[in-house]
Design a protein around this ligand. Structure first.
Ligand code: UT7
Length: 332
C-alpha cells in the first residue's frame, strides 16, 4: 500500500461584516491612511462588533461554510483542532464548543495556540493524525477575535489587527498529494517583544492590571519586524532547498498576513513574482490564526491539483515555520 499523505480537501471561511477602514482609525488615534498603507499594506480590517460573540462564532461560521461547500456530514469528522490566540475563555477549549455546535458529535477537539503560527503548527498536527492512519477527517480551524485584546487608543497595534476565521479539512490521500514537508521553529527570546502581560498565571487580572491596560497586546514592532523579515524568509528558502525546488517550481506562496513588507521580503528570497503570492492583508489586516485559511478561501478558485504551495508564518513567542503542500483538487 502506498504511503498515506494528508491532503487539504475543502476550505471555508468567515469574516465579520463591519469594516474598520484606515480613515475611521484616523478619527480614533493619531494616524493616517498613507502611513498605514505604506508601512503595512493594510487598508481595512473586519471587526466582530456584536456583544457576546467570541472567536467561536466566527469559527462555527467558517466550519459551516466548509461543510456546506464540500457536502461533508459533520458526523463523519473525527477531530476538530481549533488554532487560536483568543479562545472564548481561558478554560473550556473553544474547539470543543465549536465541534458540538457544528454537529461534529463523533469528534474530539482541543485548542492549539502559538500566536500567529497557530494555524501553521496546526497543519503539522492535523497532518500527523491523518498520516497515522487512525483518523480520516480532521477539521482544522484558525480564527481570532483580535479586537478583544487590542487597545484602540494604541496606534502601534490597533492599525494592524482584524477579526476572522478560516477552516480546512484534511483527509488521507494515496496519490502523494497534500503535506510534503515542514520546517517549524520557535525561540523564547521573543516572549517580551509580543505579549499580553496580565490575565495569565504569572499576573492574574486585578483592578491594577486593568488600570495599566495590561489585558491588551503589547508589541515591540521594530524588534518583531526584524526577526519576522529574516526568519520567515529563511525557513521558506530552506524548505525549497530541502525539497530541491526553486521559485519556478512553486505556484503559490501562502504567507501569514502581518505586514506586506515582510511578505514581499519572503517572496523575493524565494524568487517568486508578486502574482504567485496570496495577499489579502489590504482587506482583512492581520487576523492572526485566520490569515492562512482566509488566503485559501480567497484564492481557492485559482488552485489546481498538483500545484506546489509553500505556507509560511512568523508570530509571537517567537514561533515560525514553513510547510510545503501539493494541492489536491481542481476548482469545483
Ligand atoms: O503577526 C505577528 C507578528 N507581528 C509582526 O510581524 C509585526 C511586525 N512589525 C511591523 O509590522 C512594524 O514594525 C509596524 C507596522 C508595527 C510598525 O512599522 P515600523 O515601520 O516598524 O514603524 P516604527 O515602529 O519604526 O515607527 C516609525 C514612526 C515612529 O515615530 P518616530 O519615533 O519616528 O517619530 C512611530 O511613533 O511611526 C510612528 N508611528 C505611527 N505613525 C502614524 C507608529 N505607529 C503609527 C501609526 N500612525 N499608526
Amino acid at each position: 500500500m502506498s504511503r498515506i499523505t494528508a491532503a487539504i480537501t475543502a476550505v471555508g471561511g468567515y469574516v465579520p461584516e463591519y469594516v474598520l477602514s484606515n480613515d475611521i482609525l484616523a478619527t480614533m488615534v493619531d494616524t493616517n491612511d498613507e502611513w498605514i498603507t505604506t508601512r503595512t499594506g493594510i487598508k481595512e480590517r473586519r471587526i466582530l462588533k456584536e456583544e457576546g460573540k467570541g472567536t467561536s462564532f466566527m469559527a462555527i461560521e467558517a466550519a459551516k461554510n466548509l461543510l456546506a461547500k464540500s457536502n461533508t456530514d459533520p458526523k463523519d469528522i473525527d477531530m476538530v483542532i481549533m488554532a487560536t490566540a483568543t479562545p472564548d475563555m481561558p478554560v473550556a477549549a473553544t474547539g470543543v464548543y465549536v465541534a458540538t455546535q457544528i454537529g461534529a458529535v463523533n469528534a474530539f477537539s482541543y485548542d492549539l495556540t502559538a500566536a500567529c503560527s497557530s494555524f501553521l503548527f496546526g497543519m503539522s498536527t492535523a497532518a500527523k493524525y491523518i498520516e497515522s492512519g487512525r483518523y480520516k477527517k480532521v477539521l482544522l480551524i484558525g480564527g481570532d477575535k483580535m479586537s478583544s485584546i487590542i487597545d484602540y487608543t494604541d496606534r502601534t497595534t490597533c492599525i494592524i489587527f482584524g477579526d476572522g476565521a478560516g477552516a480546512v479539512l484534511f483527509e488521507p490521500n494515496e496519490e502523494g498529494l497534500g503535506v510534503q514537508d515542514e520546517y517549524l521553529r520557535s525561540d523564547g527570546i521573543g516572549r517580551n517583544s509580543l505579549k499580553i502581560d496580565a490575565g495569565g498565571s504569572i499576573l492574574p487580572t486585578t483592578h491594577a492590571t486593568l488600570d495599566d491596560k495590561k489585558q491588551f497586546v503589547y508589541q515591540d514592532g521594530k524588534t518583531v519586524f526584524k526577526f519576522a523579515v529574516s526568519n520567515m524568509a529563511d525557513v521558506s528558502e530552506e524548505i525549497l532547498k530541502r525539497n530541491n525546488l526553486t521559485g519556478d517550481d512553486i505556484q503559490w506562496l501562502v504567507p501569514h498576513q502581518a505586514n506586506k513588507r515582510i511578505i514581499d521580503a519572503t517572496a523575493r528570497r524565494m524568487n517568486l513574482p508578486g502574482e504567485k503570492v496570496m495577499m489579502n492583508i489590504h482587506k482583512y489586516g492581520n487576523t492572526t490564526s485566520g490569515t492562512l485559511p482566509l488566503c485559501l478561501m480567497d484564492y481557492e478558485s485559482q488552485l489546481k491539483k498538483g500545484d506546489n504551495l509553500v505556507f509560511a508564518s512568523f508570530g509571537g513567542g517567537f514561533t515560525w515555520g514553513a510547510v510545503y503542500v501539493k494541492w489536491a483538487y481542481d476548482p469545483k
